[in-house]
Design a protein around this ligand. Sequence first.
Ligand SMILES: Nc1ncnc2c1ncn2[C@@H]1O[C@H](COP(=O)(O)OP(=O)(O)OP(=O)(O)O)[C@@H](O)[C@H]1O
Length: 254
Amino acid sequence: MSTHAPAPPDVSRAAVAAVDLVKVYGSGDTAVRALDGVTVGFDRARFTAIMGPSGSGKSTLMHCLAGLDTATSGRVLLGGAELTGRSDRTLTRVRRERVGFVFQSFNLLPQLTAAQNITLPLDLAGRTPDRDLLAHLVGVLGLADRLGHRPSELSGGQQQRVALARALVSRPEVVFADEPTGNLDSHSGAEVLSFLRDSVRDLGQTIVMVTHDPVAAAYADRAVLLADGRIAGDIDGPDRGSVTEALHALAARA
Ligand SMILES: Nc1ncnc2c1ncn2[C@@H]1O[C@H](COP(=O)(O)OP(=O)(O)OP(=O)(O)O)[C@@H](O)[C@H]1O
């Protein structure tokens, strides 16, 4: 049996990676170390779930990886390029042009139609949508007869499918999904997760999803487990069946 520590991830080749990432909220007695030296890489064209108990740092890690928040120390690399230390303006451009987001609460603009919501990030960036990809996404997501509707005229599942089309239509380097099924019934949730999994297979999309739900994580290729702001496990490929067990063990320790 080898006694060597596992090899560090090849973060320079990853779609997105963190190196020794630390995030401290507040200061003095009330300081919270939400991330405590996280090094992890997320491979291209794979679907990875970030799991862990409440307060373990999942959202903080995702926000730092996506340029929504800045870390206290450590590095974030997107497509091998440093995100650390970039200006707010650059981070805004990165978020608009290089990553896609899917949130628990859909985050659609209420005054825009589904079609306008889908193309909004591209419109803001002055880019023209890839018509073939747009038609593919609208078809696969079953939105063809809903494109003229506003979010208030759509079900939760339909709203999240609009958000998925919006996230993928720009061919982002990474789609970040934060509890994307948290507000959905189990049927709509399964549709969303199947779509995410299929988009990895059919479009080569890279997906990083935060979830506390082992059922959702079972759709992913890999599950990274966080506890107390540290990587507490990394379950890949054939071992995925043990995600539930590992999460329960973590929850018992927390
Ligand atoms: N803006 C903030 N100010 C102070 N502390 C924060 C802030 N955001 C998060 N924290 C703290 O950082 C730690 C990690 O929070 P985070 O939201 O990343 O965890 P999580 O695993 O995503 O939790 P949950 O599953 O409940 O959403 C927690 O202790 C939390 O209270």
